[in-house]
Design a protein around this ligand. Structure first.
Ligand code: ZN
Length: 255
């Protein structure tokens, strides 16, 4: 089975649609997503469906309809009032308040239904980290190392930092693997992994293109992918909604 791993969509419909298009039409992938049927390819989402961007309902709809497993992110929790707004910076807070006005009851209820941690066979999904699912950012090797102790699954997929990275644990040594885009990383049978696919809707690694990952549980491999999208269309919608100019500009910078 191939699994597209998405994180931090952040109400960016154009980026999300471009990613769906990439996984369906790209000759090397041609994924066939079959929700709930077994045997088909799947999409998993690591939270922050909403926040920052202008399209919480359309993104909520796509994630609800097409994604097999999804966990709750800190911005989703902020919109629901499950995480205090004081936790967020002023721009994020403003976007959460706008999202609260925009989001329909249907997709709010969908966000309410999301767990903070999802355990699957040999895989665990969280937004931030296993020990602190909503709020911990894993940037450093020692953080990855500590979080390997918090679970026993072979692979932990997490988002939140908007920074694509793979940490590999070989016995007691944890190392960071630099993600080479469009190139497969072979996952070793003897190692454990902590993998962040980067952000679909608001990348922060200096590359504005939507980021996601492709996990193959048969060949045990992971591939980072980057996809261009109509960023000006998203920015235009953000302006119309009155989202902060800082958030509009940062999309183009990938920061
Ligand atoms: Zn996020």
């Amino acid at each position: 089975m191939k699994v597209a791993i998405l994180a931090d969509v952040h109400s960016n419909l154009e980026a999300l649609e471009a990613v769906l298009e990439d996984m369906g039409s790209s000759a090397s992938l041609r994924m066939k997503i079959q929700r709930g049927k077994g045997g088909g390819d799947q999409i998993w989402c690591l939270g922050d469906v909403v926040g920052y961007g202008p399209e919480p309902n359309r993104c909520g709809e796509i994630i609800k309809e097409r994604v097999e497993h999804c966990v709750l992110g800190n911005h989703d929790a902020g919109v629901l009032g499950k995480l205090e707004l004081g936790w967020f910076n002023a721009f994020a807070r403003e976007a959460i308040e706008i999202t609260r006005k925009e989001i329909s009851k249907k997709y709010r209820t969908f966000l309410e239904s999301l767990p903070e941690i999802k355990k699957l066979d040999e895989v665990i999904l969280v937004h931030g980290s296993v020990r602190n699912p909503l709020t911990e950012y894993i940037f450093e090797t020692h953080q990855a190392e500590e979080n390997f102790e918090e679970s026993s699954e072979k692979i932990c997929f997490c988002g939140h930092s908007h920074y694509p990275v793979v940490f590999e644990k070989d016995d007691d040594v944890v190392r960071e693997i630099v993600p080479y885009f469009q190139k497969k990383i072979k996952l070793k049978k003897s190692c454990r992994y902590l993998i962040n696919p980067g952000s679909v809707g608001q990348p922060r690694d200096g590359d504005w293109r939507a980021s996601y990952g492709l996990f193959d549980d048969q060949s045990l491999s992971f591939e980072f992918r980057r996809v261009e999208y109509d960023i000006e269309k998203t920015q235009e919608k953000m302006r119309k909604l009155g989202l902060p100019e800082f958030l509009i500009q940062r999309l183009a910078l990938g920061r």
